[in-house]
Write a protein of this length. Structure first.
Ligand SMILES: [Zn+2]
Length: 306
């Protein structure tokens, strides 16, 4: 079978789950599946485990081009991972590990949030935005920028780490080691570091989960509403910086916490109105991506075809 007639596969590796999307050489999505990531202390073993599971579900010989979405700082060109904290990978050649198991005719790599941004773009209903930013609101904050239908990228290192935009000088400590990053306020793993201050205090701060705060907010609990408003205000600071720098047409939120969009959108709007330069204010809109589960894998499959 010629490469042109062969299918493309996007593999979105997550710390918990790995999602796979398969599409035709013409870019039509043919199917999806996902499974628990078989994590191992040895990154090579994790890759081997992932590919074994995939090969059990789909014949790899039918795949002409594959793309892997990796949750971390990588060199897309070399297929080298500098660090992927959720997988425990550090200075690891993911490309070598993949090729050892299966020699794909074409194999590319990209940061997972960049793939998610392309997935959002490809699945966008209606006129596609020329400049689209996707922010993944999960344990941490991922981000990607798609311009003219292509991921804004460079070959030697991942770019566009909006999660580490500083929103509070000398603020709360982030997992990256610095202080005051967006992630240290709006990542689900970090919310309790400030949210407890707005909570009545009848329970320990650690007992709060974003899902619970969201549920309480929807039921009308004032303390929960305050937390989400503050969340939106924080998020809006970084979003405003992004708008002032890149002037995207659309900012789309994905990831678990995007489910609380209706709760944080008021604070987000206030913050954006305060901080975005007036001529840009009307040109950008925000929204959520409803198709979250396979969005990164879809983007990776499309990337494999480019
Ligand atoms: Zn940081």
């Amino acid at each position: 079978m010629g490469l042109k007639k062969m299918k493309a596969m996007g593999i979105d590796i997550g710390g918990t789950n790995t999602a796979v999307s398969i599409c035709s050489s013409a870019g039509k999505t043919l199917g999806h599946f996902d499974f628990s990531t078989p994590t191992s202390a040895k990154p090579e073993k994790t890759i081997e485990g992932i590919l074994k599971i995939i090969a059990g579900k789909y014949p790899l010989d039918e795949i002409g081009a594959a793309a892997m979405a990796v949750p971390g700082m990588i060199s897309p060109g070399k297929g080298f991972v500098f660090c992927a904290p959720n997988l425990g990978w550090k200075n690891f050649s993911v490309k070598k590990a993949v090729m050892k198991y299966h020699k794909f005719k074409k194999l590319v790599f990209e940061n997972d949030a960049s793939c998610a941004a392309l997935g959002v773009y490809e699945n966008y209903s209606g006129a596609k935005p020329d400049f689209l930013v996707a922010l993944t609101l999960g344990t941490g904050i991922g981000s990607g920028f798609v311009s003219g239908g292509k991921i804004f990228s460079r070959g030697d290192i991942s770019v566009f780490e909006a999660g580490h935009i500083k929103i509070i000088p000398e603020g709360l400590r982030c997992g990256c080691g610095a202080k005051g990053c967006l992630e240290a306020y709006c990542g689900s793993a970090y919310m309790n570091n400030w949210a407890w201050k707005l909570f009545p205090g009848t329970r320990s701060a650690a007992a709060l989960s974003p899902r619970e705060i969201c549920g309480q907010s929807r039921k009308g609990a004032l303390w929960a509403k305050k937390i989400w408003k503050q969340y939106g205000l924080y998020l809006g600071l970084a979003v405003s910086d992004i708008v002032n720098l890149l002037v995207p047409d659309k900012i789309v939120f994905t990831g678990g916490l995007a489910g609380a969009y209706s709760e944080f959108k008021e604070g987000l709007r206030i913050s954006m109105d305060r901080n975005i330069l007036p001529p840009y204010r009307k040109s950008v809109s925000t929204g959520v991506c409803a198709r979250k589960r396979y969005i990164g894998a879809d983007g990776a499959a499309k990337l494999a075809l480019l």
